[in-house]
Design a protein around this ligand. Structure first.
Ligand code: ADP
Ligand code: GN1
Ligand code: MG
Length: 354
């Protein structure tokens, strides 16, 4: 099918290679190589998760066009390859949605930092992304997934899954359920502050995993931020927090041996420095809430993995039975670890804010 799909796009020459690529949990990504040797990324957009694909693609087209005016290196922003009809995406005859990007060449994409400097540079990348979009007209973006990082609402959905228990899995995960419920009261902290006008609404990426940033393979400095599907109005703390959740962890998101899973406080400090240096305009409240951003994004992600486990693994792509439960457990271990390091996290943020 990908052959048929590729025919609809304005590639430089005929495709000679097309294979699955990368480690995303949501879309299906392919690496495409054409006769000339040029490389592209083809993606089948997950339209059961993203209900409004034209709206989503409108966001990506607008944001990438805006960012392009601010950069010199063409690799500094994702470049959509149009269809032969000049559209930004294709709706294929079977109802599936597809898009093509130029491959970001001479780049690296990491699943875990290979050095603190790599992690620092990813912080600079996400901080810069937010800084560059500070005057972007946020109201023109559609809310791709409503309440995406509304942690309180994620709990509501979790409670529904728990009550339905469609797979009969709840009984076997009582410990995880209790862990989540013990922290439910905190879930509304950031959304409440937003509602009270104590935190500003910004244009944010909302999925700031380390593998959503490309670094130059030679300089290891940031090239661009990718995976723009969830770019929409949000809180700076979502972007900061999700990066800590994923990149400051000492083990993979689905590590089974929880003794290996910690939040590395040195990496926490490294990221905080990089993010604040690239994004100096954060308000005092935003800076003060950075540790809470890290904790709530991690807790929320754990709750989402647990919800998906209860629902029978219908949202996140899994490669083995129980992977979502493993993912949930690493997130909860990280939350517990952050709670133990809370005073230190606060201290680091205060020092980096001086
Ligand atoms: P998902 O939403 O499923 O995570 P991504 O857009 O993050 O999908 O793509 C998955 C992976 O494909 C990325 O982590 C990265 O390794 C690779 N990738 C995506 N876009 C590009 C690109 N334009 N150039 C090079 N690699 C890319
Ligand atoms: C998904 O698309 P990907 O794999 O970068 C998810 C994020 C989660 C992440 C957990 C649209 O991100 O919200 O934090 O998995 N994206 C969506 O690894 O739900
Ligand atoms: Mg991704």
């Amino acid at each position: 099918m990908t052959n048929q799909v590729l025919k609809a796009f304005s590639l430089d020459s005929a495709p000679v290679y097309c294979e699955k690529y990368g480690f995303g949990h949501i879309n299906v990504t392919y690496l495409v190589v054409t006769e000339s040797g040029r490389r592209y990324i083809l993606q089948k957009i997950n339209n059961s998760i993203f209900k409004d694909v034209p709206g989503l693609m409108g966001n990506i087209a607008a944001v990438t066009k805006y960012l392009r005016t601010m950069i010199d290196d063409p690799r500094g922003v994702l470049t959509l390859v149009p269809t032969l009809d000049g559209a930004d995406f294709l709706r294929f005859e079977d109802g599936s949605y597809w898009r093509v990007y130029d491959f970001v060449e001479q780049s690296i994409c990491l699943q875990a930092p290979e050095s603190p400097e790599d992690f620092y540079q990813s912080a600079v990348a996400f901080g810069t992304f937010q800084q560059q979009l500070k005057d972007f007209p946020a109201a023109t973006l559609c809310e791709v997934i409503p309440n995406f990082h509304n942690t309180a609402d994620r709990y509501r959905i979790f409670r529904e899954a728990l009550a339905a228990d469609v797979c009969g899995r709840a009984a076997s995960v009582q410990e995880e359920i209790a862990f989540a419920l013990e922290r439910e009261e905190e879930a509304g902290t950031l959304v409440n502050m937003l509602a009270e006008g104590k935190l500003p609404l910004r244009v944010t990426h909302n999925d700031t995993k380390l593998n959503n940033v490309m670094l130059d393979e030679v300089t290891r400095k940031p090239l661009c931020v990718i995976d723009l599907d969830t770019t929409m109005p949000g809180l700076s703390l979502y972007d900061y927090g999700d990066s800590i959740r994923f990149g400051a962890a000492t083990a993979a998101e689905d590590e089974k041996d929880l003794s290996k899973v910690e939040m590395d406080i040195t990496l926490f400090e490294t990221y905080t420095k990089g993010f604040l240096s690239a994004c100096p305009g954060l308000t005092e409240n935003e800076r003060e809430m950075l540790p809470m951003g890290a904790k709530l994004m991690t807790l929320e992600c754990g709750v989402r993995f647990l919800t998906d486990y209860l629902n029978g693994d219908t949202y996140f792509r899994t490669h083995y039975e129980g992977q979502n439960l493993d993912r949930c457990r690493t997130q909860f271990k990280l939350v517990a670890d952050m709670e133990g390091k809370w005073a230190e996290m606060k201290h680091i943020v205060a020092e980096c804010s001086k």
